[in-house]
Structures are given as structure tokens and as C-alpha cells.
Design a protein around this ligand. Structure first.
Ligand SMILES: C[S@@+](CC[C@H](N)C(=O)[O-])C[C@H]1O[C@@H](n2cnc3c(N)ncnc32)[C@H](O)[C@@H]1O
Length: 263
């Protein structure tokens, strides 16, 4: 697969999650324990006891895992709907409103800055300097995306169908929410951050309804509207049941992880 050119984040899509926060929380995949191991290995420091700022925290899927690892975690999230769902599900984890372009935290206050599927929504001309401001010396910026395993035939076929329906390069979309996951250059065009990369493969088995609701919580479908999304899913269900007659879909992901340690 060739590395696609960087794509600017569009404000409409960046904010589309707020109207579907409960759907997002209930159906999106989490991240495997091996991902947290890889973050610690690349950063050469443990999460336990570390001060972590989890940015674009959404409904708290990654934030909760970081907290379970023993991190002292603060969530930062720009969206109303996502913040409300976060507070409902994780009342004991602190969250503040803000975004990666202007972090509402003090200079040199974090051991880790984490972005789980959210870095691509930032303006890197602002979010890179903000990361360097907020991290303590030796602190680490960790970015990751759950990308679909494009060596699995049914996933490629489903991506092709969605691409045709949406009229976009869905393989690019699904390979990491735009170009950022595929390229360290796109993650930091200024070249100030030296990223190490690791990929972690994992899978989950979910009912076909959960799979479709997961797909439907992606911004490309959220901005499409309910009627056109329902039309696509009615046909998609038939295709999926041919591959998974028992109605249980095996989703396979490759988490694309980038970690840069600050001096
Ligand atoms: C795909 S969701 C990821 C949520 C969560 N981190 C997770 O792993 O499930 C993307 C999140 O990025 C947030 N977001 C949008 N613009 C942002 C920005 N400029 N900086 C940080 N987060 C942003 C959205 O509100 C949304 O909650």
C-alpha cells in the first residue's frame, strides 16, 4: 500500500462524533494490553505512576485502559457529546475541555501525552509545539490508530464496497483515519519529533449489529446522514452474513503506534 498524501482534518467530521457518543462508546473496539506494553517499551518508562494527559479522549476508551495500568491520567476532550458520555461512564476520572492545538495544561507537566485515534484531527503546526511544551524532559508523545487489517480478504472487500458507496478512498480512510497513521512525516511535517513505530495486531469477535454500529460511528458515515447509512448497512449485512453465517464477525485490527521521546 502506498503512503497517501496528508489530508487536512475537516471541522465537520472532527465534531461529528458528538451526536453519536453513546453509539461510539458501545460499539467501537478497544485496544489490546500489548499496545500498552509497546508504549512503555518505546518510551522506556512505565505508565504506572506516570502523569498522563490523554487528548481527544472521547468517551474514554483509551483513558480507562491507561488508568487501569496505574497512570495518573487527565482526559482532554473538545466535544460536548463525547465529554458528557465520558463523565457518565467514568465519573472518577478527571476530564477538562480543550483540544490538542491549545492544551489546557501547564508547561512541563506530563510524562506521557497520548492521542488514541485523535492526532489526525489536530493542526500539527500547533499541536507539535504544544506537545513539546507540555511534556517534561524524557516524556513521551504516543499516537495510535486502530487500523483495519487489509491483508484479510473480507475486510478488503468490505472496504471496497464502502469506498464505492461513499465515493472516497476508503482504504486510505480505514488504513488510519487519513494519512497520519501511515506516515511519521505526516504526523509531524516539521520533523521536530523523532518517532519510533510499532504495529500490534489483534482481533475481536462481535455480533454483526455491533460491527455495523461500529462502522456507523466513523465520521465518514456520521456526516452521510441516517437514511443513506441505513441503505448501505441493509445491503452490507447480507454480504457479511455470507462470510459469517453465525452472525458473529471477526474484526481484525493492526494498531499503528508512533512514540516520540522528548529530550
Ligand atoms: C475517533 S475519536 C477517538 C476517541 C478516543 N480517544 C478513543 O480512543 O476512542 C476522536 C476524538 O478526537 C476529538 N477531537 C476532535 N478534534 C480534536 C482536536 N483538535 N484535538 C484533540 N481531539 C480532537 C473528537 O472530539 C473525538 O472525541
Amino acid at each position: 500500500m502506498t503512503t497517501p498524501p496528508p489530508q487536512p482534518a475537516t471541522p465537520t467530521r472532527a465534531h461529528s462524533f458528538n451526536s453519536a457518543a453513546a453509539q461510539y462508546a458501545a460499539n467501537r473496539p478497544s485496544y489490546p494490553p500489548a499496545l500498552l506494553d509497546a508504549i512503555e517499551a518505546l518510551a522506556a518508562r512505565p505508565l504506572t505512576g506516570a502523569k498522563v494527559i490523554d487528548v481527544g479522549a472521547g468517551t474514554g476508551i483509551a483513558t480507562a485502559l491507561l488508568r487501569e495500568r496505574g497512570a495518573d491520567v487527565l482526559a482532554v476532550e473538545p466535544g460536548d457529546g463525547m465529554t458528557a458520555e465520558f463523565r457518565r461512564a467514568h465519573p472518577h476520572i478527571p476530564i477538562v475541555r480543550g483540544d490538542g492545538n491549545a492544551l489546557p495544561v501547564a508547561t512541563a507537566s506530563a510524562d506521557f501525552l497520548t492521542y488514541a485515534q485523535s492526532w489526525h484531527w489536530t493542526d500539527t503546526a500547533r499541536s507539535v509545539p504544544e506537545a513539546l511544551r507540555v511534556l517534561r524532559p524524557g516524556g513521551a508523545l504516543a499516537l495510535w490508530w486502530n487500523t483495519e487489517a487489509l491483508d484479510v480478504p473480507w475486510i478488503v472487500e468490505a472496504a471496497d464496497r464502502a469506498e464505492r458507496y461513499l465515493g472516497i478512498d476508503q482504504v486510505v480512510e480505514k488504513s488510519g483515519s487519513g494519512a497520519r497513521a501511515a506516515s511519521t512525516l505526516a504526523a509531524d511535517p516539521s520533523g521536530r519529533l523523532a518517532f519510533d513505530r510499532r504495529q500490534v495486531r489483534w482481533s475481536r469477535r462481535v455480533p454483526v449489529d455491533t460491527h455495523l454500529a461500529n462502522i456507523g460511528s466513523h465520521s465518514a458515515f456520521l456526516v452521510l446522514g441516517e437514511e443513506r447509512t441505513a441503505e448501505f448497512f441493509a445491503e452490507e449485512r447480507g454480504h457479511l452474513l455470507q462470510t459469517f453465517p453465525d452472525g458473529i464477525v471477526e474484526e481484525t485490527y493492526v494498531v499503528d503506534l508512533l512514540v516520540a521521546t522528548c529530550s
